[in-house]
Design a protein. Structure first.
Lengths: 331, 325, 437
């Protein structure tokens, strides 16, 4: 199978859907000729023109609000938010307007829009361009949240998101844009709420989101060399969450670590760990551990920044302690 | 009274719609004060000529976005009393199945994209609706209703900028009722309100919001031009709210005198003025209009009784409509 | 003059207005109009005090103030009718019935009703601790009348009116919703004062803004608590994983045995083997030593199983002979079962469905309820190991045929069940084809 980058996969997904459905359009800062700072959208304006690939002023609340209005009246906008950190600027439009309109209208109005943005630290971008804010939006009923872990997921989830009749937020890891993965030439979609068991194992379940899936897979390799068999699961969407697959896995392995690049406190890891605790408690042979980013603003200095994100070695070390039956107080 | 082509049917409809709004609000006020209506509500009484003058220039395909003080827009855009009262009382037959309430009534069958409880919250939605119309080559126009208080929100300036850049068919209708919640507008707004729009090159008008014919005349002209791609436009409508910021804001002399309220009610009431015009021009007699009023009162009383008896939504509905299928 | 004044409601009831969210009642500070006065819509009618402020309430209609039923100083629930604005000043129309009056009130003596006061925010009710004056006694407005307990404090409530205690409507210990009458103080002394309790546990009347019941209960129906013997240790908490605790309960093992043996905590699944060994050495209390173990023996003159296994593999592709063995043993229990086949110290567990389909037997990680110990290849000619933590069927070679031994406790299998199991199994091993019939 051919291999393409995550960036190309996103571009292909959007182009295919724009060809299929004329109501799909794209708006955001420097999405047209510039193709975004990450060049993810390069070439789209040439094919679809400036009517459907719209460069906006630097007015995030403004164009986010306009996307909501366009979606409510029959269009399917894709909003490009240059950095995930800018979500704080659009919170009212996303969480008070887009998320609640369907419910508040008793099901009469729908808001089919995609907000594509990014996450991920270690790009030396400091505290306002490095955050992973998926937990913030996953908390709000009415929003769906997808977190692709490779080019394959990025394409399949984006196409599903564009066809979904709800506001969907997709977080792409900005460090993975150049990562290649096998992606079929033929069309495919990845349904929401279906986790992917990336690797089967017996002794411990490692649940990772986005780039943390790779971290979990590397940890599983380290552990395999020591005779510990780790199962790696990628939920792919955190809202909706494929709870069943996660619980079944933990019932089998009796142990789990949840890894996500958002801050550890009150985060995605906490939510998933808590559900495992509630629904698989009597199958647990060890506490479920959370591994998120450190609870500090992301520092600029590489020497400090690299300390804030979970690594395969740290995941493997924690897994070892759980499997050995150590008394664990904290990760 | 502004000069306008005399059209009996249109005029009587405008009168009817204004009285329907006033009647709706009188009933809603009573429901609230008598503790039969839960929550929080804001009366549109006094501003009827604004909603009716503008909405009578629109078709069902044209969209509006509304505000927390939104019952008037909803009625003016064509909504029925029964489903509105049911919504106010949280009943299953309400426009939003009781999930929205007074501050969130939406009636998409008549192009009402919904009231919004965030001040200024719908400016992006209205402008986005206009962007959709332009992208899809459709000739509908969107009117964004908001108050003078909402001119203090930054979102307005972001979306007016884009609307002007892209010549979108949107009309920003600023209902200046003189008060931003419990504060005089002059204390929260520096400079001129229309100049804010003019800074973006948007044609802006100020109009007497108590004169339904003047409002309607201007709205018709601007809507027609917006359909042809000459938008966006901005209208500042000078009006007055008879009640406090919300029902229950009854001792308000610290920010507004009773003499001022009396002056607006006695001498500038949009319904009284238009009624006198209709009689003077021989379009209707006092008796005709009394009969019309009585019919509207009866409709409202029946709708209130219906809504009071109507069923609450089934408990199973609580987690329906979080996500669309 | 055009009519733009009042639309809707006819002769106008004046109610205590709801002036804010979640406001239950207001106190009438004073009336600004007297009964019979002419009032115009918009005139200040009375002054009301809520938790937030004191406000003037305007008349919502024009006419004459009549039928005033609430006096200055009274706390009135929102929505209650307190007066009427009528077309004339005469009090001829029937008095509007107060909304919250119950039928029982009509039988009460006349007088001022004293209600359970709202003494704090978000307080729904108060518990009447006791009456501080006797029924029928004379009281003044400042005399303590009763004592009430809320979630915050216990307070003495003054009578608030002069007169005689004509009725007490709650007894010590009753929980009374705020606003509900607890006593009546009459202007004159009564011969037969009334004493009642709160009839049923008072439930506040539903309000329009009351939430509907949740769609589904957030908490599942509680299941009966599992046996506690493995959960609670004899001395102090035992550190053990939830999974090990569950398995211990299922197997009837006591984690305290690990503590007594000095095995280091915390305990995990890896410690289960040690615990099972300890349990086997010193049977747990409820594999009661007092109850004698059952040992049943059966003989099969011919081993029908070996040729059957060969036939099943060749004609039906059922190549796991242990699965067939488990199937014959499980089916002998007459229901679906999990059966472990143990040989040379290793074992494998199978799930045997209730049907007789041998192809439907699957391996499982569940704990077996019956162990089939295959010693056909050993030199042993007999066995008596005593009961273990579950029934054990032992298979021994005897000449051309087989000897079958079943060991268990009466708690695991009642004697008649044990006999049935072993008889059935012996029959199946003698002629496995009968299993298929």
């Amino acid at each position: 199978m051919r291999e393409i980058t995550l960036s190309q996969a996103v571009n292909e997904a959007i182009a295919e859907e724009m060809r299929r459905d004329p109501s799909v359009f794209l708006m955001g800062e420097d999405v047209a000729e510039a193709g975004t700072p990450f060049k993810v959208l390069s070439g789209l304006v040439e094919e679809f023109g400036t009517d459907r690939v719209i460069d906006t002023p630097i007015s995030e609340p403004g164009f986010m609000g306009m996307a909501v209005g366009a979606a409510m009246t029959g269009a399917r906008p894709i909003v490009d938010l240059m950095f995930g950190d800018f979500i704080f600027l659009i919170m009212d439009q996303l969480c008070n307007q887009a998320a609640k309109t369907h419910y508040m209208s008793g099901g009469k109005l729908t808001v089919p829009l995609v907000l594509r943005t990014n996450m991920g630290a270690t790009r030396r971008s400091a505290a306002q361009h490095s955050q992973s804010l998926q937990a913030l939006v996953a908390h709000i009923p009415g929003l769906k949240v997808a977190m692709p872990s490779s080019a394959y997921e990025a394409k399949g989830l984006m196409k599903t998101a564009i066809r979904d009749n709800n506001p969907v937020v997709i977080f792409e890891d900005k460090l993975m844009y150049q990562d290649k993965a096998p992606v079929p030439e033929e069309e495919y979609l990845i349904p929401f709420g279906v986790a992917n068991v990336k690797r089967e194992g017996r002794d411990i379940t490692l649940i990772g989101t986005s780039s943390m899936v790779q971290v979990a897979e590397k940890a599983a390799e380290i552990l395999a060399a020591e005779g510990i068999s780790a199962e790696v699961i990628d939920p792919r969407t955190i809202v909706p969450l494929d709870e069943k697959t996660l619980i079944e896995s933990v019932k089998k392995t009796s142990r789990a670590i949840v890894i996500d690049e958002g801050h550890q406190s009150y985060g995605v890891t906490a939510e998933i760990a808590s559900r495992l605790n509630e629904k698989a408690f009597y199958h647990l042979d060890a506490p479920v551990l959370r591994m998120g980013a450190m609870d500090v603003p992301v520092p600029f200095s590489p020497a400090l920044e690299d300390l804030t994100v979970p690594t395969p070695e740290q995941v493997a070390a924690n897994a070892r302690r759980l499997v050995a039956g150590e008394l664990i107080h904290a990760a | 009274m502004a000069k306008a082509k005399s059209n009996t049917e249109d005029y009587l409809r405008m009168y009817t719609q204004m009285v329907r709004i006033r009647t709706f609000e009188d009933n809603a006020n009573q429901l609230y004060l008598s503790a039969r209506m839960p929550g929080l509500t804001h009366m549109y009484s006094g501003e009827e000529a604004v909603a009716v003058g503008i909405c009578e220039a629109l078709t069902d395909d044209d969209r509006i976005t509304s505000t927390h003080r939104g019952h008037g827009h909803c009625v003016a855009k064509g909504a029925e009393f029964k489903a509105m009262f049911c919504e106010l009382l949280g009943k299953a037959e309400g426009y939003c199945r009781g999930k929205g309430g007074s501050m969130h009534i939406a009636d998409q069958s008549h192009g009402n994209l919904g009231a919004n409880a965030i001040v200024g919250g719908s400016m992006g939605i209205a402008t986005g609706s206009a962007l959709r119309a332009k992208l899809q080559g459709s000739d509908d126009v969107t009117v964004c209703f908001f108050g003078d208080g909402a001119t203090a929100q930054g979102l307005l300036y972001e979306v007016m900028n884009m609307a002007a850049l892209w010549k979108l068919p949107v009309i920003y209708a600023c209902e200046n009722n003189g008060y931003s919640e419990y504060t005089k507008t002059e204390e929260i707004a520096a400079g001129s309100i229309t100049a804010r729009a003019e800074a973006f090159g948007i044609e802006a008008h100020q109009v007497d919001g108590q004169d339904v014919l003047e409002v309607n005349d201007l709205a018709r002209k601007l809507v027609a031009r917006a359909r042809k791609g000459e938008g966006p436009f901005f209208i500042e409508l000078m009006t007055y709210r008879y009640h406090g910021h919300h029902v229950g804001d009854i001792n308000r002399e610290y920010y507004r005198s009773k003499a001022e309220e009396k002056e607006w009610k006695d001498n500038r009431d949009p319904i009284i003025r238009f009624r006198a015009h209709l009689v003077r021009e021989g379009i209707a007699t006092e008796a005709d209009l009394d009969a019309l009023n009585a019919e509207i009162e009866k409709d409202a009383a029946e709708a209130v009784a219906y809504a009071l008896d109507a069923a609450y939504p089934d408990a199973a509905e609580v987690n329906q409509h979080v996500y669309a299928a | 003059m055009p009519r733009n004044e009042t639309y809707g409601f006819g002769p106008h009831d004046v109610t205590m207005p709801q002036l804010g969210m979640a406001q239950d009642a207001g106190k009438i500070v004073s009336w600004l109009k007297a009964p019979g006065d002419k009032v115009a819509k918009g005139d200040a009618l009375f002054e009301v005090e809520t938790d937030k402020a004191t406000m003037e309430v305007e008349a919502q209609a024009s006419g004459y103030l009549t039928h005033v039923t609430a006096a200055a100083g009274e706390d009135v629930p929102v929505g209650q009718v307190i007066a009427r604005i009528s077309a004339t000043a005469e009090e001829d129309a029937p008095v509007p019935a107060p909304i919250q009056k119950s039928d029982a009130d009509s039988a009460l003596p006349e007088g001022k009703q004293i209600t359970m006061p709202q003494l704090g925010m978000a307080q729904d009710s108060g518990v009447l601790v006791g009456w501080l004056v006797e029924l029928g006694a004379q009281v003044g407005p400042d005399d303590p009348l009763f004592e009430v307990e809320t979630d915050k404090a216990t307070m003495e409530v003054p009578a608030g009116a002069s007169g005689w205690v004509a009725a007490t409507l709650a007894q010590a210990g009753d929980e009374v919703p705020v606003g509900q009458a607890v006593a009546v103080i009459s202007a004159s002394k009564l011969d037969a004062p009334v004493a009642r309790g709160v009839a049923a546990k008072a439930v506040p009347a539903p309000k329009p803004d009351q939430k509907p019941e949740a769609a589904k209960s957030p908490q599942p129906t509680p299941k009966p608590a599992p046996a506690r013997d493995a959960m609670a240790s004899s001395g102090g908490r035992i550190l053990a994983s939830p999974k090990l605790r569950r398995i211990a309960v299922e197997k009837g093992l006591d984690l305290a045995q690990l503590v007594q043996a000095g095995h280091p905590q915390p305990y995990h699944m890896r410690d289960l083997a040690v615990l099972e060994t300890l349990a086997a050495k010193a049977p747990a209390p409820h594999t009661s030593a007092a109850a004698p173990a059952l040992r049943l023996e059966a003989a099969c003159p011919k081993d029908g199983f070996a040729p059957f296994a060969l036939w099943a593999a060749e004609t039906h592709g059922l190549r796991d002979a242990d699965a067939l063995l488990a199937g014959l043993a499980g089916a002998s229990l007459g229901r679906a079962a999990t059966v472990a086949v143990a040989r040379f110290g290793a074992d494998r567990t199978y799930h045997v469905p209730a049907t007789r389909r041998l192809s439907a037997i699957t391996t499982t990680d569940d704990t077996a309820e019956l162990v089939l110990r295959d010693l056909r290849m050993s030199a042993l000619s007999g066995i008596a190991m005593g009961a273990e933590d579950r029934p054990v069927l032992t298979l021994l070679a005897r000449g051309e045929g087989l000897a079958l031994v079943l060991e268990c406790t009466p708690a695991q299998l009642a004697p008649d069940q044990a006999i049935a199991l072993l008889s059935e199994f012996a029959g199946r091993m003698h002629d496995p084809l009968r299993h298929l019939l």
